[in-house]
Design a binder for this molecule. Sequence first.
Ligand code: PLP
Length: 402
Amino acid sequence: MSISSKFLDALTPSAIRSITGQIRAKAAQGIEIYSFAGGLPDSNLFPVKELKDITDKVLETEGGDAIQYAASDGYDPLRNELVGLMKKKFSVENISYKNIFITSGSQQGLNYISKGLIEEGDIVVCETPTYVGAIDSIKSYGPRIVGIPMDNDGINLDKLEDVLKQYKDKVKFIYLIPDFQNPSGRCMSIEKRKKIVELAEQYDTYIYEDAPYSLISFTNQVMPAIKSFDKYDRVIYAGSFSKTIAPGIRVAWIVADEESIQKLIYMKMRDDLQVNNIAQRQVYGYLHNYDFDAHLRLINSTYMKRRDVMLQAVKDYFPKSTKVVKPEGGLFMWLEFDKDIDTLKMFDFVFSKNIAYVPGTFFCVGEQGLNTMRLNFATLHSDIIREKMKEFGLLIQEYLNG
Ligand SMILES: Cc1ncc(COP(=O)(O)O)c(C=O)c1O
């Protein structure tokens, strides 16, 4: 008999991982799928040689100590390095390594915050659309999730305040992706960043600032983190190297007040004890001894070119009425079609012709978003994007013609 509980039996696979599963099943039959679906950065851009050299050096110089059990809060040289990064890139001042906690991917941080904070009857507020992995993680702890529509410069503050007023003392945290949001590509304005900290203080709630895309900026302009305006210890900041170095190394970090960090460390002691030592040393070695900024320039210029190719293809080949948010960074493009195009229903048809995307409804909370979709422009090369987007446009036409 399989293991069973209310918690376990309510779990479902993530929508995107389900699509990835379908792609793998086709791959096993020798069929190649051109996927605009996943959140994958381009693996050809990962600094493989540098990570190999760092790993060799670590094992040569540290020997077995490098793979011994280690502290649950993270590798101190990396924590210190991140103090500098937070200040230099995101204007977060007055923190020390004690405000930094290393996690196994930012997904783990999100899970800890959800597991640690959410109690019966709680509400979690988020942008809609938002990252489907966050919806899944938060949902598993049973709160009501309330989605707030977005403007072009981030969450709509009037609607947010209405909800905070209406559910006073019930909103446990506000989940936000302020930079190059997944899936919409939008960025939150500085004014909103400041105001939202004040709202969190006024309505006695927290902000979870999920920021894995902040450094993938095509204008090379990086916004100050919401955390940089946090005078009240209301913001828990989560950064990640998944999109800038490589996701498989699973190194991310949280920035919060010392007491909160200590509580998260206690959770880690009960969970997986520590993040992989080698992975932490790889990231530390890379940040400390190599030119991370040059690497960012390379990935950003590559992704920007692909964004441009995709944008042009949407204009050339997709229905003329398609609305698109031009992303100035990140990995994703968000499309809105006329109401009669149901992207969820259309998925099977397009997938049967070996092209994948994510129907936008999966990212929506409290609205359906059936006429929307998210496309990843970062994974595939420009010439393939152009060719496959043309095919995709023709498939949409064919689908609409019945
Ligand atoms: C907004 C957001 N948060 C968190 C994650 C998870 O990232 P990580 O690989 O650091 O766990 C993702 C991954 O796509 C994401 O888009």
